[in-house]
Design a protein around this ligand. Structure first.
Ligand code: ATP
Ligand code: ZN
Length: 288
């Protein structure tokens, strides 16, 4: 009998939609309704725990969940502040991209962090950063609405998550230093090379296949035989294109899996190098 796999994902919030999407696209069927904390997959021996993102590193470190999806920012903060958090990132998932950055009021004259009061929900990461830079400053932990603290007079600046920068702008704040870049990651109680459960490894391969497919495109085009080399060089991230002879002499069809985005500019370049009938198609799954 194989062991059931438990995966912890955020119950609601910014990570939820993409985490659920990844599981569904990887072939795990399940449904969630409202406040359910546990969802059972209807087609695989998998349980999905629906929890707050802050609880995911600890659930995975204790082995309650075999895998979890969480922001690198949360994993890093907990790993620095709590010795019991030993979960390891095993795959970058490419969504929920943001950065942990310092920001100050637009009219602030602040030039350095020295002797300043910094409000943040990430005190361990900020203190580690200050220590590494040999800067003395006071760090205060605030759980929500960090962006208001300079205006109510309790901090000189903040260190918070930024994605587009729109929230900072709405609050008259300006970013001035980046502490870390973050994205959602798949975590496991042990590092990738120490995972020995074949079903878990197969599942990680499926996740990887879905992520790679999201960025990949299948390109088909026709070209003159003499321009094949030039055209293949223009195909972004194509490994080894397939060249198929066409009925018309001196012409071939080129088919390639491109692992990088194919922009209109690339297509126009291909065309000006003699390619015709250029088709760019989405890829659903890849298994390497
Ligand atoms: P929970 O109720 O599960 O504790 P939360 O309020 O702590 O949720 P969310 O706001 O849903 O968390 O954010 C979850 C994660 O989404 C963040 O930890 C971060 O990795 C990522 N994220 C991406 N962009 C942003 C952003 N602009 N602001 C905050 N988080 C972001
Ligand atoms: Zn949270």
């Amino acid at each position: 009998m194989t062991k059931k796999i438990t995966i912890a994902i955020q119950r609601k919030g910014r990570l939820y939609d993409d985490s659920k999407d990844l599981l569904i696209k990887s072939g795990i069927n399940f449904s969630t309704n409202g406040d359910k904390l546990l969802a059972r997959s209807s087609n695989m021996d998998i349980d999905i725990l629906l929890v707050r993102d802050d609880d995911i590193p600890s659930l995975v470190s204790k082995g309650v969940a075999d895998l979890g999806i969480v922001g690198q920012n949360v994993l890093a903060e907990q790993a620095v502040s709590n010795k019991k958090i030993s979960a390891k990132s095993v795959l970058s998932l490419g969504f929920s991209k943001c950065r942990l950055a310092f920001a100050k009021p637009m009219n602030s004259k602040l030039r350095s962090l020295k002797n300043k009061i910094i409000a943040t929900s990430y005190p361990a990461l900020v203190k580690k950063f200050l220590k590494a830079q040999d800067i003395k400053a006071e760090v205060i932990k605030i759980n929500g609405s960090v962006e208001l603290t300079p205006y109510i007079g309790i901090a000189d600046c903040i260190c918070d998550l930024v994605s587009s920068g729109a929230t900072l702008e709405e609050n008259n704040l300006i970013e001035f230093k980046n502490l870390m870049d973050s994205e959602a990651v798949l975590i496991s109680p042990v590092s990738y090379r120490k995972i020995n459960d074949k079903n878990i490894l197969d599942l990680i391969k499926r996740f990887e296949g879905v992520i790679n497919a999201a960025e990949s495109k299948y390109v088909m085009l026709n070209a003159q035989t003499h321009s094949v080399e030039k055209i293949c060089k223009l195909l972004p991230g194509a490994d080894s294109p397939t060249i198929i002879p066409l009925q018309q002499q001196d012409k071939v069809a080129i088919h390639a899996l491109c692992s990088e985005p194919v922009f209109w500019e690339t297509m126009e370049q291909l065309k000006s190098n003699g390619a015709s009938s250029i088709l760019v198609m989405p890829v659903e799954k890849i298994l390497n």
